[in-house]
Design a protein around this ligand. Sequence first.
Ligand code: GDP
Ligand code: MG
Length: 435
Amino acid sequence: MEEARRGFLRVVSRIKNSVLLDKREVDEVIRELQRALLRADVDVRLVFEVSKKVRERFFSEKVPPGFSKREVLLKILYEELVKLLGGEEPYEFRVDKRPKVVMLVGIQGAGKTTTAAKLAAYLAKRGYRVGLVCADTYRPAAYQQLKQLSEKVGARFYGEPGSGDAVGIARRGVEELRRMGLDVIIVDTAGRHKEEKGLIEEMRKIASAVNPDETMLVIDSTIGKAAGKQAAAFHEAAPIGSIILTKMDGSAKGGGALSAVAATGARVAFIGVGEKVDDLKPFDAREYVSRLLGMPDLKGILQRFEKFEKIERERARAIAAGKLTLLDLRDQLRRVKSMGPLSSVLEALGGVSLPKGVAEQGEKNIEKWLVIMDSMTMEELLDPSIIDKSRVERIARGSGTSPRDVRELLAAYKRTKKLMRQLSKSRRKFAGLGF
Ligand SMILES: Nc1nc2c(ncn2[C@@H]2O[C@H](COP(=O)(O)OP(=O)(O)O)[C@@H](O)[C@H]2O)c(=O)[nH]1
Ligand SMILES: [Mg+2]
């Protein structure tokens, strides 16, 4: 397994094995996170920024009902890593000038030539006219390989078989394809040289000859952390604008992407997921981080958070519109327990005063009602109208109360809801008057 990924798995297992997630345990998780990020060659400053953010968020964010502290920490970790990799929005390759000249760099075997064809196919599918230039003079078969791929994906092609002048080919290729009025010109380069310095020097020369609008670094996702060094070397020759991670279809989790991103400050644009020309996908940081953290249940946790947040938004809307669920009432009652009298809380909620006796009775019954509501399902709390006789009996049994107690709660709920609705109506009526 890749080293970078192993580090993140340790972070996750430390979170999962924590008992209290108190200050001490969280600090241990944070240290593990820092180690994992450092091991992925993430810049020290960035490591501290990210880990500080995770820590601060964890201690300031509420644990929503039905969630554990562990789940909250995992979610924060996930979100901060996604941010580190460019955010939630999948990358969008822009063709913002014509022609846009793209140069692909990366070491031999990384998948440059395959990716050049994939990218051409991807763009052709979106209506762009694409040309490919073979500037790999090192590998004898490179010319044929790219020529055939060009035909396959319907791209124009430029190459000079037998020539050893990579810089000249690149210049002439871009010039010629430019005259054809193409939208995107992709320059494929060599990934090996007699010596590494020669390769980097060649990239520098090609870059200054064709003046690329975007230099894309192609990286084999299976190499792990070594991605960082490679990325840094190429970045020095030609500033890397974006990264393409290949071979993500295998078992590799591409932990090296973090290193490459950290070394260049560039975003990952695409991932290669197979050998065929259609096997290219825009990079999705969320999917990537889920994979990196290696948690089959992470998706489930995130979905639950999403669902919860959606419910929260809907409830806020519903309350504003004068609708009130038992879940809202329960939250208010919970707050009452720590804050003060029910009447004042409900007044704060809607500026309404309760019918005589309701507040007093409510306060007396708060404990009992909370217990009753704990025996209800989420479905029932959100839509109490479904609570029929048999549900009343089940809830009473579950909460150790009587069906009469349950009905009393439901009646109090209905009275409150009616008031809320009246209030909302009068609010709407007076809305124009500034109420
Ligand atoms: N499974 C898989 N193989 C890939 C992917 N991208 C490239 N390859 C394979 O990697 C090998 C090297 O690719 P090539 O494009 O010639 O690399 P280059 O030397 O950088 O030009 C070839 O066998 C490709 O089929 C990918 O996304 N998934
Ligand atoms: Mg090649």
